[in-house]
Each structure stands twice: as C-alpha cells, then as structure tokens.
Design a protein around this ligand. Structure first.
Ligand code: ZN
Ligand code: FE
Length: 258
C-alpha cells in the first residue's frame, strides 16, 4: 500500500492511498490534483473518505463523481456532497479491495461532526487520518466546538499507539513550530524537528506524515499538562490555569493571537 500527498490550494494535502491499481482519496478539496495523479499513475479512483464539511476538504467531490460512481464515506452529523456512507463513532469500514480496516473516531472541536479514520495494521502499520483536528505541532481552530470538546478529541487521538503515522491535511508545521518554540524555548525536540522540517521544505517535500510519538514531544496542545508548559502558561496568562481545560483554552488563545 502506498500513501502519497497530493498538494492542493496553498497548503492542503489530499492523501491518496493506492495499491498501484486502485486508489482512495481523503478530503479531496479539489478534483484537479486527484485526476492528475490518477492519470499519471494509471490509477482507478475507488472511493472517497471525508473528515469534515469544510470546502477545502470536500470541494472536489462533485467533480470527481461526475465521471464515475464512488462510495463516499463521511461524518453522519455533517452535510457532505455525494455522501453514500454516513459514519458514527465506533463504526468500522473496509473499503472493498483494500486490505485496510478503519475505525471511526468522533473528534469534535474544529467542527462538531468531525471524524478521524484510524487503521491499526499492527506495529509500524498504523495510520491516522485526522483532518483538521491534529496538525503537526498544532491543532485545528475551534470553529464549532468548545475547548473541552477539542481537548477530549486530542486526548483520544494522542492515546492511540505512539507509532501511528499521522496524516494531517495542512502543511502548517513550520508555522506551528514557531509558536511551539516560543512556548518552550528549551525543548530540543522542537529545535531538532524544526531543522528537519526546514530541510524537507527546501526540497519541496511534505513534513507529513508525523507520528504520535513525535507529536507528544513537539506539539504544545498535547503538552498542556507538562510542568514546564504549565509554568509558561501561568507566566503568559498572569495566573495558574485551574485545570487542563483552562490550560488548553489559554494555549489555543495564545496561538490565535501569536
Ligand atoms: Zn477545516
Ligand atoms: Fe482545512
């Protein structure tokens, strides 16, 4: 199984999963890059997975369905064009012909119906397609949900096996790391990762996928309970956060204003 990033718009990635014959795409905001990749590699598009309703994740679906009939999996709680398989928390799906089974995780916060797709293929073969919930060194903005919902969603994702590869849908990593290093100036994992990301981007390569293992070290939104992060939040806010929800709320606000 191959997984490739198809760049779209300014900083989106449409993830394409293929076996050299057939392909699934995740969050096709634009049909153009998907059609081009199918044509260039001789792939037949076999299905579409959607994490949430935003146009940069769904805008290409109608065009992709013009020439073909396809299963479209997506969040039951949101309106997704062409959706054939509305999904709920805990559902399991196995796209026909792919040796993959995804478990659906409801992860509200960025949007209320947002879902993530987790495939547990055993050690080294775990895949998490998390849309705009978890980014490398960051997290999605709270457009619809509350900080408490988002924190709970991030807790669910970050408690998956650490070797899970994390396929985020935006190339925000270097910008996120600027903020992360500001929050934790002494964090050497953030510094080393920044150097690696700079080299990747200089070669026009994605910084993604990440891994949960890495995110636990470099993502300030997964680190709100760490004593050094708590100290920084206290200094920034002028008071000690009362609990993890307030700590997360302060972190999200700090990043929004950064
Ligand atoms: Zn979004
Ligand atoms: Fe997005």
């Amino acid at each position: 199984m191959h997984i490739v990033a198809l760049p779209a718009f300014r900083d989106n990635y449409i993830w394409m999963i293929h076996d050299t014959h057939r392909a699934l795409v995740v969050d096709p905001g634009d049909a153009g890059p998907v059609e081009a990749a199918c044509k260039a590699q001789g792939l037949e598009l076999a299905g579409i997975l959607v994490t949430h309703h935003h146009a940069d994740h769904t805008g290409g679906i109608v065009d992709l369905l013009r020439a073909r009939q396809l299963p479209v999996w997506g969040p039951a709680a949101e309106t997704i064009p062409g959706m054939t398989h509305p999904l709920h928390d805990g559902d399991r799906i196995a796209p026909p012909g792919f040796h993959l089974e995804f478990e659906i995780l409801q992860v509200p916060g960025h949007t209320l119906g947002h879902i993530a797709y987790f495939a547990d293929g055993g050690p080294g073969k775990r895949l998490l397609f998390c849309g705009d919930t978890l980014f490398s060194a960051g997290c999605g903005r709270l457009f619809e949900g509350t900080p408490s919902q988002m924190l709970h969603s991030l807790d669910r994702l970050s408690s998956l096996p650490a070797d899970s590869r994390v396929f985020c849908t935006h190339e925000y990593t270097l910008g996120n790391l600027q903020f992360a290093r500001h929050v934790e100036p002494g964090n050497t994992a953030m510094q080393d990762y920044t150097q690696w990301c700079l080299r990747q981007r200089a070669e026009h390569q994605p910084t993604l996928p990440s891994t949960l293992e890495r995110e636990l070290h470099v993502n300030p939104f997964l680190r709100v309970s760490e004593p050094e992060v708590q100290a920084q939040l206290t200094a920034h806010a002028g008071h000690k956060p009362a609990d993890r929800i307030e700590a997360f709320t302060l972190m999200r606000q700090w990043k929004n204003d950064f």
